[in-house]
Ligand binder design. Structure first.
Ligand code: ADP
Length: 451
């Protein structure tokens, strides 16, 4: 096992990684920008290295400055780098640069990051392995006429997706042929602007789907296991807000089939470390949409249901140790729900940075809080508005729902506005209780709010 690692991230995920390291006796190095010098991850790590202003040379985000981060690892003698999620976590070149310096990248091979980071290639790869995918264009499309002909064959509505897209961005919906041209052209332009690559492909838009994702883990030597699914269908603008496990809509047969297929696929790929294979589930069928080659924001849902530390598992694999459990020994129990607390107003969804005068986290039975907040902390405007995650676990979904209401009622983040009121309302709806929603429902529901 490693004796010291560097964490190339900030916020709650940096803290999350520090926590496991501390339990395992691994020293941690935090990197931080000048606005993050008082951030909790910098306070709790054993060593810190400032990597400059929020935007460094060339106006580039400093948490993306791979040279500065790798230098920090070399100077402090860190043996490995954990990238967390976001930032450099799915950057194949970063993984290569880290390895070139004799440092271990805590994640899969650069090759796997590259294949899955190109969503079109990812689908091609999965199809070849017998994984069902959302119907769409196999090849990338540069001609409008070809694309439009294909959209007609697929049938509207269709999604125009950036091959290099991610984070809920880089998708354009065309409801009809009349909308296609402008959606296609703006999709290409935005793909180039946001991801530096104009390549787009088409996908049939599934308008009544659930987002089901499978947590897989590979040892890089052809062995892989799964830790069940998470249902992440409550979203706004293709971004998840509430996640849970197990999914309330899957039968045991469907669950077993998709989980086994996912683990088999990870094994066939020779995949190393944590991965998430994402599907849309509609009309009793699963359709692959993408694979994330990193730890997910919502990974603690799985940790609660399976009683496992996924960060420890990542460290084990990166250190060349075998998977800690065989599939037969991996057992799920009970239910877990996570909500993402964002510093934003509802229902306007405008960012609300600023000083938190008073912070009080909920506690008690079955509550887990992953957050880097503290009283007196100033939420910077430079980063994502997610400031923490509240998780609850219990014997079943109803227990978790009551527990989440109770936990949210204890949470104080004063005087800042957050999206907590949205969850308080959501947990009261018939749709939530009966789990009768698709990935589009929450957004449409919020639009009907009168106040
Ligand atoms: P990202 O990597 O940007 O998060 P994903 O491919 O994971 O993008 O998709 C995010 C969400 O977008 C999905 O959970 C789903 O709600 C929606 N989505 C993606 N593809 C489709 C599709 N073909 N039809 C309907 N919804 C889709």
């Amino acid at each position: 096992m490693f004796s010291k690692i560097l964490i190339a991230n900030r916020g709650e995920i940096a803290l999350r990684i520090i926590r496991t390291c501390r339990e395992l006796g691994i020293a941690t190095v935090a990197v931080h920008t000048t606005v993050d010098q008082d951030a909790m991850h910098a306070r709790l790590a054993d060593e810190t290295v400032c990597i400059g202003p929020p935007r460094g040379p060339g106006n580039r985000e400093s948490y993306l400055n791979d040279a500065a981060i790798i230098s920090a690892a070399l100077v402090t003698g860190a043996e490995a780098i954990h990238p967390g999620y976001g930032f450099l976590s799915e950057n194949a070149e970063f993984a290569e640069h880290v390895a070139e310096q004799g440092i271990t990248f805590i994640g899969p091979s650069a090759e796997h990051i590259r294949i899955m980071g190109d969503k079109r290639r990812a689908k091609e790869t999965m199809l070849a392995l017998g994984v069902p995918c959302v119907p769409g264009s196999g090849e990338s499309l540069d001609s409008l006429d070809n694309a439009m002909a294909l959209a007609g064959e697929l049938g509207y509505p269709v999604f125009i997706k950036a091959s290099a897209g991610g984070g809920g961005r880089g998708m354009k919906l065309a409801n009809s042929e009349a909308e296609f041209e402008s959606a296609f052209l703006s999709g290409q332009q935005e793909a180039l602007a946001a991801f530096g690559n104009p390549e787009v492909y088409l996908e049939k838009y599934l308008d009544n789907g659930r987002h089901i994702e499978i947590q897989v883990f590979g040892d890089g030597k052809g062995n892989a296991v799964h830790f069940g699914e998470r249902d992440c269908s409550l979203q706004r603008r293709q971004q998840k807000l509430l996640e849970e496990a197990p999914s309330p809509v899957l039968s045991d047969t469907v669950r077993e089939t998709i989980c086994t297929l996912s683990a088999r696929t990870a094994a066939q790929l020779g995949y190393a470390g944590a991965g998430t294979i994402e599907f849309l589930y509609q009309d009793n069928s699963m359709y692959f949409i993408e694979m994330n080659t990193r730890l997910q924001v919502e990974h603690p849902v799985t940790e609660l249901v399976y009683g496992i530390d996924l960060v420890e598992e990542q460290l084990r694999i990166a250190a060349g140790l075998p998977l800690s459990r065989k599939q037969a020994d991996i057992k799920a129990g009970g239910h877990a729900i996570e909500v993402r607390i964002n510093a934003e107003s509802v229902p306007q969804f405008l960012p609300q940075p600023g000083r938190v005068a008073l912070y009080h986290a909920p506690g008690g039975p079955g509550v887990r809080v992953d957050s880097a907040l503290y009283s007196g902390y100033t939420i910077p405007s430079n980063y994502d508005s997610m400031i923490g995650k509240i998780l609850v676990s219990g014997k079943d979904r109803a227990t978790c729902t009551a527990r989440m209401r109770r936990a949210l009622s204890e949470l104080i983040i004063h005087p800042n506005r957050t999206n907590v009121p949205l969850f308080m309302r959501l947990l009261e709806t018939d749709e939530f209780t009966s789990s009768t929603y698709n990935t589009r429902w929450l957004e449409q529901w919020v639009e009907t709010w009168q106040d």
